[in-house]
Design a protein around this ligand. Structure first.
Ligand code: LLP
Length: 444
């Protein structure tokens, strides 16, 4: 079981308690909704720890593995602390994610900085903080980073992000390894980048190559193809430049199960393919086993999280759909409107009631496209019901907005009947905190 936590939709601890309500992490969801209000993000610690263990166990036989959590999936100080306690390092993609790690007391030597347009300010902060690796994305960044490091009298360790030309079958917006991608060096640009590093950029120390093929991946073959390309490239670089690089970063991408139709491979299946592909390639080319970096985001945090909403108004379109509106929507979870993402849900205060109607759960935002779930079978819904939408741990809070000037929800971490708020609900004051009215607009 522990090797397939990403293959289940709900948190491991989900159950129906003696009150007849849904419970996660030993906490009654109806009580959580009362105590913390809705919308509310709930994260189950046991599920999160369990998936971390699956990763550690699955890669245990390969000694040189560095597991970095892709913090873009969900970045808060408590989640960073928890994952660091579990032995994970972090992939950050902004000064904000980096600062969160720094303030949470995370060891900067476990941080890798990704991104296609890191600013001078962000790179400079990262150099000052002494992070472990920069994954350099393009020629402009090579020059900028070298300059920053030189001015600080430092040498920084880098990986070269490359575009391996692998098409994975996922939503086109979350594919990244194909040739037309905005990310990374094209394979044909690697030699020029290497010559520059070797001859001009003396403050950059190249350690290896990085690729990321896409997200919500269901085919393990993508990893095999990626490794074939990366190791062949390491061998070519050694032959041509006499440079022995000993690190490869495979990115993230392992899929999760949002609905019954989704069939992601387990962490173990992915790990086995990766380890085997490395062994085969290293034996074939007589290359030594490199250190592997992995950057899973979604598969670490997704199904540990659920979102609770309170249901409100209803509308029956004559001869058409029945809409039931929730008190959140595209501002706390933009994925349905962005990627046509699908979710399943249950009513937390009557999980065992018979499904009686097919409804569309609408969000509360002023856009027709703000639909949380299209056509879901549920028991008869009433105002005040608490809806639990599953698998919202990744890319929900991290992509949330204040659209329609609404406050971002709170987040709680649950374990063994205890709930701890880890992100406070925003207040109305938070919403206007940064507003400025120029004095010339004020009437005397
Ligand atoms: N490493 C790199 C370089 C990445 O670009 C990403 C995700 C990851 C790791 C983590 O991938 P994961 O294990 O989470 O699949 N907002 C989209 C997902 C965008 C993913 C972007 N990069 C969504 O909600 O589906």
């Amino acid at each position: 079981m522990s090797d397939s936590v990403n293959q289940i939709i709900k948190p491991l601890t989900t159950t129906v308690n003696e009150n007849g309500n849904l419970e996660i992490g030993g906490c009654d969801l109806v009580n959580l909704a009362k105590e913390y209000k809705t919308p509310l993000y709930v994260i189950d610690e046991d599920t999160l720890v369990s998936i971390c263990n699956s990763y550690k166990e699955a890669f245990a036989e390969y000694k040189n593995v560095k597991l970095l959590y892709a913090s873009k999936a969900l970045c808060t100080s408590a989640i960073a602390t928890l994952l660091s306690n579990e032995g994970f390092g972090f992939d950050v993609v902004s000064g904000g994610e980096l600062y969160t790690m720094y303030k949470a007391g995370i060891d900067m030597q476990t941080i890798l900085f990704n991104g296609n347009n890191k600013t001078e300010e962000e790179l400079s902060l990262a150099v000052d903080l002494g992070i472990a690796r920069f994954s350099v994305d393009n020629f402009s960044e090579l020059s900028l980073l070298d300059n920053i490091a030189k001015n600080k009298n430092k040498t920084v360790d880098i990986l070269l992000r490359i575009t391996p030309g692998i098409e994975c079958h996922t939503h086109e917006y979350i594919q990244t390894g194909h040739l037309d991608s905005k990310f990374g060096f094209d394979m044909s640009q690697i030699d020029e980048a290497l010559s520059l590093i070797i001859n001009n950029y003396k403050n950059l120390n190249l350690k290896g190559l990085h690729a990321h093929t896409g997200s919500q991946i269901f085919e393990t073959k993508v990893y095999k193809d990626e490794i074939d390309i990366l190791i062949k490239e390491l061998v070519r670089i050694k032959d041509k430049f006499g440079l022995t690089l000993n690190e490869i970063n495979l990115g993230g991408g392992l899929g999760v199960k949002y609905t019954e139709q989704d069939n992601p491979p387990s962490v173990k299946e992915m790990a086995d393919i990766i380890i085997e592909a490395i062994k085969l390639n290293c034996e074939k080319y007589k290359y030594f086993y490199p250190t592997i970096y992995l950057e899973p985001g979604r598969s670490i945090i997704s199904n540990a999280g659920v979102t609770l909403y309170t249901l409100g108004s209803q509308k029956q379109v004559p001869n058409g759909k029945k809409y039931v509106s929730a008190d959140g929507g595209m501002a706390d979870n933009p994925r349905p409107s962005l990627y046509q993402a699908e979710y399943i849900a249950q009513i937390a205060n009557k999980p065992n009631a018979k499904n009686e109607e097919t409804v569309t759960i609408a969000g509360r935002y002023c856009e027709s496209g703000d639909i949380i779930i299209e056509n879901i079978k549920l028991p008869k819904t009433e105002q005040g019901d608490i809806l639990c939408v599953y698998n919202t741990g990744s890319y929900n809070y991290s992509m949330s907005s204040n659209y329609n000037r609404t406050q971002k929800p709170a987040m709680v971490l649950v374990k063994s009947g205890q709930s701890d708020m880890i992100v406070m609900r925003e207040t109305l004051e938070d919403l206007i905190r940064n507003d400025i009215i120029p004095s010339r607009l004020k009437k005397c």
